[in-house]
Design a protein around this ligand. Structure first.
Ligand code: ATP
Ligand code: MG
Length: 324
């Protein structure tokens, strides 16, 4: 299984009025070809920051990115803007929560998908046929007609299908999907996430998936990274994370699962609050909420440690805990 993206010690600090906010600290993980890699964790833990750092798409431009973002052997963090431009869309596609932000209201959706295809200098008739083909691939009902629809004439789920078609038309190696289904109702959400998996099977596109729907993560992902307060605390296969969580946070997260519902599924079930991330003082960021914290946890940063071929955990506890 070949490596596609490897992130090494990625740290992202946002410049804010009173200093810096450490939104991501020393994140390391890799995504292999054709793999679905999910990142989970509560709101504000830094998932989007990681996703947007990869293509340098952070909207406010107040970030400082440190570390390596190796994609197909090249460090994107060292790449020039021009080099990144060649990677965006073509090699790494991205879909976001609200497709209306990315779609132009005055053109039909098919035209917008076609535009992406025409970048590759394909004759126009052929490009339109490919648009229809893509609409069928993303299971758009009534493909020919929908390709001629304007964004406002489509449902939320259909718009997200357009975004996926637009992305897939360029045949990228990696798709970054940042909560692509959060704005949709639960049945449509499941359909779209399953579609992403089918397309991975068909096209071999690796996927970095950010979603709050844990049930679907367990169903469609291969690997999972659990984040807490800017730190990746555990990575492993779906089996490792859901059935054998080792980090106290992941373990508590899994315990909280049945109590989480779609909209308020943002984990309010663990005691305590996330520490302020402006100060970059040492110590495990989960320590103040951790039922197992020892003195050391407040003073030293635990390193991420390999506990099996697939499973890594950032915690001093040798054997891990399972509080479920
Ligand atoms: P959600 O699940 O709500 O989308 P997230 O895990 O994607 O959350 P991020 O958006 O990456 O979290 O934010 C991580 C932290 O960085 C949060 O505390 C957020 O408030 C802060 N943050 C994000 N963007 C900026 C910015 N441009 N300037 C300052 N702080 C920011
Ligand atoms: Mg986010």
């Amino acid at each position: 299984n070949e490596e596609l993206l490897r992130i090494d010690n990625l740290s992202v600090d946002y410049k804010v009025r009173d200093g810096f906010l450490s939104a991501v600290k020393n994140a390391s993980f890799e995504i292999r070809k054709k793999e679905i890699f999910a990142i989970v964790g509560e709101s504000g833990c830094g998932k989007s920051t990681i996703a947007h750092s990869i293509l340098r798409l952070l909207p406010e431009h107040n970030e400082i990115i440190k570390g390596q973002i190796m994609f197909k052997g090249k460090d994107l963090n060292q790449a020039t803007e021009k080099e990144l431009e060649a990677v965006r869309g073509k090699q790494i596609g991205m879909i976001f929560q609200n497709p209306l932000d990315s779609l132009n209201p005055v053109y039909t959706t098919g035209k917008q998908v076609e535009e992406g295809i025409l970048i590759d200098k394909i004759p126009r008739e052929e490009a339109w046929n490919r648009v229809i083909e893509m609409y069928k691939d993303v299971k758009m009902p009534d493909a020919e007609r929908r390709a001629k629809s304007y964004p406002h004439e489509l449902s939320g789920g259909m718009r997200q299908r357009v975004m996926i078609a637009m992305m897939l038309a360029r045949d990228p190696n990696l798709l970054i999907a940042d909560e692509p289904t959060t704005a949709l109702d639960v049945t449509i959400e499941a359909q779209i996430l399953r579609l992403i998996k089918q397309l991975r099977d068909e096209y071999g596109t690796a996927v970095m998936l950010i979603t709050h729907n844990f049930g679907l993560v367990a169903e469609i992902a291969d690997y999972v990274a659990v984040m807490y307060a800017g730190m990746i605390v555990e990575t492993g296969t779906v089996y490792d994370i859901f059935d054998h969580p080792m980090h106290p946070y992941s373990s508590l997260l899994m315990k909280a699962l049945p109590r989480m519902t779609k909209k308020e599924g943002r984990l309010t079930t663990i005691d305590g609050s996330v520490p302020r991330l402006t100060s970059d003082k040492p110590g495990c960021r989960f320590a103040n909420r951790c039922p197992f914290a020892k003195e050391r946890c407040f003073n030293e940063d635990p390193d991420i440690r390999k506990i099996s071929e697939t499973h890594n955990v950032r915690c001093f506890l040798e054997k891990g805990v399972d509080v479920r």
